[in-house]
Write a protein that binds this ligand. Structure first.
Ligand SMILES: NC(=O)c1ccc[n+]([C@@H]2O[C@H](COP(=O)([O-])OP(=O)(O)OC[C@H]3O[C@@H](n4cnc5c(N)ncnc54)[C@H](O)[C@@H]3O)[C@@H](O)[C@H]2O)c1
Length: 310
């Protein structure tokens, strides 16, 4: 009888001691095993800890071709993630939208968007600008090389001069920008992330779009990226490409003016039946520049609505 009482008392003691541990952190009426309800959210509780690896606070990122188009939209995404962004472009004045983004950076996002006019073919000038930014900021964390040109001319009519211009901007210009930035990343010994804008046209010959030199240049960008990744991996520098499908930007609008039927035909060539908008590449830019992609290098992120898989 005495031993029965002792074990009962011990059981009560154990239960009482365990009770605080077993009690749920939040008193709620719901059953944790009830999937539709899940946990009870605490009202008015916000957090800055959401997916911190996507956070670009204090990162300094350069974006070429960011006076307008895809480059500018990606620059805005980087700003929203917290980065300080330098837009490099050959235009004397950036587009009107650039100033909207710059105002937003200052007033809403607590960061800054800067502009530097430079043609990426001017290697000396480019090196000077990149070094100047690096000296001022004490580092460079990322680059998106989006500056590029397109020219539609049949292969039989393409001149050597035009072909050289295409390759000089789209390959050598991208190469020299990446080189200038990588030198600074190595100087500060902090690693970094470099993203080169390729195209689905690096992989396929576009149906009804006559631009052999452009497509060859984008294939060159993809292969350049893999080799830069191999050489600069030991310095902690990652190099990847984004290969967009058709995006409705100034570059494409210009083609639609000349060939209006493409506005109807092109969307039928991918699995989603539409053309993409620049904002559909925002997430890719932040992902590749941030630590969210820390083990990713020498890869191509193809975002083409399934165009190339058909
Ligand atoms: N629009 C599309 O459908 C599409 C598809 C796949 C890939 N891309 C690529 O995306 C990138 C951006 O294209 P976009 O559609 O925004 O074009 P865009 O013409 O609207 O923008 C390109 C920007 O690059 C700048 N630029 C061009 N040559 C330069 C040079 N030599 N030096 C410095 N800046 C220069 C231009 O001034 C412009 O601001 C390009 O590399 C393009 O090849 C575009």
């Amino acid at each position: 009888m005495a031993s029965l009482l002792r074990s009962s008392a011990a059981r009560t003691l154990r239960t009482t001691r365990l009770l605080p541990i077993l009690q749920p952190r939040f008193q709620s009426t719901h059953n944790v095993h009830d999937p539709p309800q899940g946990n009870t959210p605490i009202p008015n509780r916000s957090t800055t800890k959401r997916l911190p690896e996507f956070n670009l606070n204090d990162k300094v990122v350069l974006v070429t071709g960011a006076a307008r188009g895809l480059g500018l939209v990606q620059a805005e995404a980087l700003l929203e993630a917290g980065a300080t962004v330098y837009a490099l472009d050959r235009l004397e004045e950036p587009s009107a939208d650039f100033y909207r983004v710059q105002k937003r950076a200052a007033e809403e996002l607590g960061t800054t968007l800067h502009y530097r006019q430079i043609d990426v073919r001017d290697v000396e000038g480019l090196n000077g600008i990149v070094k100047g930014i690096s000296d001022m900021q004490g580092k460079i964390d990322g680059l998106i090389a989006a500056a590029g040109i397109q020219q539609e001319t049949s292969a039989l009519e393409y001149t050597a001069k035009d072909a050289n211009t295409m390759f000089e901007v789209n390959i050598t210009g991208v190469f020299m920008t990446a080189q200038a930035v990588a030198k600074e990343m190595i100087r500060w010994n902090r690693g970094g992330s470099i993203v080169l804008i390729g195209s689905m046209s690096a992989t396929v010959a576009n149906k009804g779009l006559i631009c052999c030199a452009y497509n060859a240049s984008k294939a060159g960008v993809l292969q350049l990226s893999r080799n830069l990744a191999a050489e600069w991996g030991p310095y902690g520098i990652r190099v990847n490409t984004i290969s967009p499908g058709y995006i409705v930007t100034a570059m494409v609008e210009k083609l639609f003016e000349q060939y209006p039927e493409r506005r109807r035909e092109w969307p039928t060539q991918n699995m989603l039946g539409k053309l993409s908008m620049p904002h559909e590449y925002r997430g890719a830019a932040v992902f590749l520049i941030s630590d969210a992609s820390s083990f990713m290098t020498a890869s191509d992120l193809r975002i083409d609505g399934g165009h190339c898989a058909w």
